[in-house]
Design a protein around this ligand. Structure first.
Ligand code: DX5
Ligand code: ZN
Length: 221
């Protein structure tokens, strides 16, 4: 497991009328993954994009596509996102009656399997599926929108996540944090245990997204 901190800009805050241009900017800035937020208007009170946008972006970037499904019944869309070119597929633990089966289905299609925990969700809810996980996404906002404030309880949850992975000899699982990540709090979040930082409005809301990615990496490495 590399100790390098990875930056995953979230396209939710990008300019959707010039999406590929914005993606190329953050790729040039040294982004490590591209975080793609899929919302269905049911699991969260917002609707964003589906597999067709992943498919459109796939040939335009070399970045691994880190797809975050904030949708009900995500098991229905594993094939569609695999076919569209997703590299990581993360489901919300709260949306999965049969989480173990969904994670197996994701891996069966050659993608890395991730699970996201909302701020209220217990870390213990994923203990039994650690063998089936490549990524744990700790939500530091209530999902649905960009530009929200970082929930400080996420720091302790990040530390407890890393402790759990060490205890279970599962440190190959990457720990990602998502929501309210800024230049100002990035270092503190990394110190708490995050290995992948998702950041949307801080990066795409800045006048130079590429430079903001570089700055975030400088602060964290
Ligand atoms: C929220 C999404 C996040 C969001 C992050 O539901 O999962 O990925 O886009 O955006 P910022 O960094 O603006 O909080
Ligand atoms: Zn997200």
């Amino acid at each position: 497991m590399s100790s390098k901190i990875k930056i995953a800009p979230s396209i939710l805050s990008a300019d959707f009328s010039r999406l590929a241009e914005d993606v190329i900017k953050v790729e040039n800035g040294g982004a490590d993954l591209l975080h793609i937020d899929v919302m269905d208007g049911h699991f969260v009170p917002n609707i964003t994009i589906g597999p067709v946008v992943v498919q459109a972006l796939r040939p335009r970037t070399r970045l691994p596509l880190d797809v975050h499904l904030m949708i009900e019944n995500p098991e229905r869309y594993v094939d569609a996102f695999a076919d569209a070119g997703a590299d990581y597929l993360t489901v919300q633990v709260e949306a999965c009656v049969h989480l173990h089966r969904v994670l197996q289905a994701i891996r069966a299609r050659g993608m890395k399997a991730g699970v996201a925990l909302n701020p209220h969700s217990l870390l213990s809810s994923i203990e039994e599926v650690l063998p089936d996980l490549d990524l744990i996404l700790i939500m530091s906002v209530n999902p649905g929108f960009g530009g929200q404030k970082f929930i400080p309880q996420a720091l302790d949850k990040l530390s407890r996540t890393r402790k759990l992975l060490k205890e279970r000899s599962a440190t190959h699982i990457e720990v990602e944090v998502d929501g309210g990540v800024k230049l100002q709090n990035a270092q503190e979040i990394v110190n708490a245990g995050a290995q992948i930082l998702v950041s949307g409005s801080e990066i795409f809301g800045s006048k130079d997204p590429a430079e903001t990615v570089r700055e975030m990496k400088r602060l964290c490495d």
